[in-house]
Design a protein around this ligand. Structure first.
Ligand SMILES: [Zn+2]
Length: 475
């Protein structure tokens, strides 16, 4: 009797629970915004139109990359897919080349899982996540390089720069957006993009490529989003930066300091048919030479259409990454650290847009390929690919034709852990389970930077809403 009662007691809530689950599942299936029944991926079909992935060049093998011999880490390339969880990666693989292939990032031989939690919450924003990845400390959502007690925390770029390494930032958002800003600023609100731009210059980041010219132009210029007459483009030139605004100018750029702002706002990430043709030509040129070592070099044969043909467009994230590597590596004895953000994976996942989630992830994966190509030829470059958090709560089921059927559970970020892919010397340190703050801490150890994490004196400069005049100066 006791037994029956126990069973009855257990079974009753179970029935209620399974009933609830059934209703929940039904609701999920019927809810149009979540169902995405119209989203199907025709494997292998490349459409140049919106959502198209014709630019994508899959790896010709699924074999894992082989780490080069040696343990010395000279250069670090950290690629962050904003909002890119394991589902975003796998959906992109399915759409790009099918279940049996691998994205470039998926060929990296070491994989880890990273928790993303900020201070005082379960779900992070990009600012707190960026701070964890850059400074090795947790902070509250919205803050960059400072903790809620207003302490200033050194980021890995500052530490690397202090030991003579060059630094670079590439993003498809405004370059002052939360993730790149975390590597170059200390502000208590991520919205202070005009201040972040000043700090980026004050810290003399060697290469800055992306969107967001609106925060660098004085208010008198149309399109400016500043509320003052500060002209950061002029200040950049005074500091020795070469300023470029188009793919053609970037292609020709040389020198230790390059600032490239290719749109007033975020980049469009559109790819023209001319670019597709050029990209094909580059692929064939590289196939012909069989050399991955030509990365970043200007192709020297006539298979690539003259840069002038499409010189006035914005560069792709892959092109920015190749050029940033070339610029940072030129005549450099001390190594470099480069952060590349696939910024817009997050944005399309906020919109639960599976087609463009795939597209943005594949655009990002081509930047990963650029980093891998260089690292393979170089042998002393650690490449890390990760995310700041997952966006959209994406999961994948299948439809009646066994096509992938993406399902979203939120329009916001989730608390899920995200993948870490590693290739190159030191890669083994990034296997297993870790926290986001561990990433720069491990990097500091490999680069022989100590102590890290470290606090900076308040005089290092921090912008707070209470002290808007405080703009830090380096040294
Ligand atoms: Zn983010």
């Amino acid at each position: 009797m006791t037994k029956d009662m126990t069973i009855g007691f257990i079974r009753s809530p179970r029935r209620v629970l399974s009933g609830l689950l059934g209703i929940l599942l039904l609701a999920l299936i019927l809810r149009p915004a979540l169902g995405s029944d119209t989203t199907t991926f025709d494997y292998g079909r490349h459409d140049p139109g919106e959502g198209g992935t014709a630019f994508y060049r899959p790896a010709d093998t699924t074999e894992p990359l082989v780490n080069p011999p040696g343990e010395v880490v000279r250069n670090v390339i950290l690629l962050i897919g904003d909002g890119m969880g394991t589902s975003q990666v796998f959906l992109s693989r399915l759409a790009a080349c099918g279940v049996d292939c691998r994205l470039h990032m998926e060929r990296m031989p070491v994989v880890g899982l990273m928790a993303t939690q900020p201070l005082g919450a379960l779900v992070t924003d990009s600012a707190a996540a960026g701070t964890a990845l850059a400074c090795g400390v947790r902070t509250a959502n919205g803050m960059l390089g400072v903790s809620p007690d207003r302490k200033v925390h050194q980021n890995i770029f500052e530490a690397a720069s202090d030991k003579g390494m060059r630094t670079g930032l590439v993003a498809t958002s405004t370059v002052t957006h939360a993730t790149p800003a975390a590597f170059a600023s200390h502000v208590d609100t991520r919205n202070a993009e005009p201040i972040i731009a000043s700090q980026m210059l004050a810290r003399k980041i060697n290469v800055i490529l992306g969107g967001g010219k609106q925060f660098w132009m004085p208010q008198s210029i149309e399109g400016s989003k500043r509320q003052d007459d500060v002209d950061l483009l002029q200040r950049a030139k005074d500091l020795g930066y070469l300023f470029v605004e188009t793919y053609g100018q970037l292609f020709a750029a040389q020198g230790p300091y390059v600032l490239g702002l290719f749109q007033n706002g975020p980049l469009t990430t559109k790819i023209t048919l001319e670019q597709l043709a050029a990209s094909d030509a580059v692929t064939h040129a590289q196939d012909g030479s069989g050399s991955a070592g030509s990365v970043g070099a200007v192709p020297d044969d006539d298979t690539v259409p003259a840069a002038a043909d499409h010189a006035n467009r914005e560069p792709t994230i892959e092109e920015m990454t190749r050029k940033a590597i070339e610029l940072l590596n030129a005549n450099n004895e001390n190594g470099f650290i480069l952060m590349v953000e696939g910024s817009q994976i997050d944005w399309v996942c906020h919109s639960n847009d599976a087609v463009n989630c795939v597209r943005q992830t594949l655009l990002f994966d081509m930047a990963v390929k650029a980093a891998i190509d260089f690292a393979q030829a170089d042998g002393h470059t650690l490449v890390l690919v990760t995310a700041d958090h997952e966006t959209g709560g994406l999961t994948i089921t299948q439809d009646d034709n066994r096509n992938p059927r993406p399902l979203w559970s939120t329009g916001g970020h989730t608390a899920l852990p995200v993948p870490v892919y590693a290739f190159g010397p030191g890669a083994l340190d990034f296997g297993g389970t870790m926290d986001n703050v561990d990433i720069p801490r491990k990097l500091a150890k490999l680069l022989k930077i100590a102590p890290f994490p470290a606090e900076l004196p308040a005089s290092a400069g921090v912008f707070t809403a209470d002290a808007p005049q405080a703009v830090p100066q380096r040294q």
